[in-house]
Design a protein around this ligand. Structure first.
Ligand SMILES: [Zn+2]
Length: 216
């Protein structure tokens, strides 16, 4: 298996050196005419990830056939590959490497939007699949988001209430994502207790003082 893995790593490296760069906008799109994410979502060409990268799902061995070390090496380079093709594999919580690898492998035969400006994201939970029944199991991302928004129903909110809700959702998100470390990422700008005397949100020491403008 080790010989096979080394060959596979070489194949992925070859694919990495074939990523189209610099990005060339699709025909008819002016390079400087930067589209909004929504616009790009509409017109970005769609291709099979396997065809785009030249790496097929069948080339990736099932996780149970691999050692932890092999999983680790493959996962690292697959992440590199997906980042290079602007189709990033992003998870919102801590997931064991073996489960991450299995998830990439299981979903590698997906379609991608070839985006130039905006970031595209690798689909980790197949559409229409039941929560926690996907390859992420207990780490299912759809279930993560469903739980995140569970108590928040649609209703008319004042701007203050909206902000309060954004703060609650962000804190809940951070706690799930960073466990005990979450306070390090506290969203001070959403918390009215940290607004300045003029009611402006906390600026993280960026100092948008009007006097500064005069130096420009
Ligand atoms: Zn899922």
């Amino acid at each position: 298996m080790e010989t096979y893995i080394n060959q596979l790593l070489e194949d992925i490296k070859a694919s990495l050196s074939n990523v189209p760069r610099p990005y060339i906008p699709p025909e008819g799109v002016n390079f400087w005419d930067i589209p909004t994410p929504d616009e790009e979502e509409c017109y970005a060409p769609v291709r099979a990830l396997e065809e785009l990268t030249g790496i097929s799902k069948d080339q990736l061995p099932p996780a149970h056939m691999l050692t932890d070390d092999q999983i680790s090496r493959l996962l690292a380079i697959l992440n590199e590959l997906l980042n290079a093709y602007n189709w990033c594999f992003v998870l919102q919580n801590k997931v064991p490497e073996r489960v991450q690898y299995a998830t990439i492998r299981e979903n590698f035969n997906q379609l991608v939007k070839v985006k130039y400006w905006d970031t595209g994201f690798f689909e980790v939970c197949q559409q229409g699949s039941e929560h926690k029944q996907c390859s992420l199991g207990e780490y299912c991302q759809c279930a993560f988001y469903a739980e995140l928004f569970a108590d928040f129903v649609d209703e008319d909110l004042t701007p203050q209430e909206e902000r309060r809700r954004a703060l609650d959702i962000e804190i809940r998100h951070l706690k799930k994502k960073y466990d005990d470390d979450w306070m390090r990422y506290y969203p001070y700008h959403l918390d009215p207790d940290y607004d300045d005397d003029d009611g402006n949100p906390y600026d993280y020491g960026m100092g948008w003082e009007e006097d500064d403008d005069e130096d420009w």
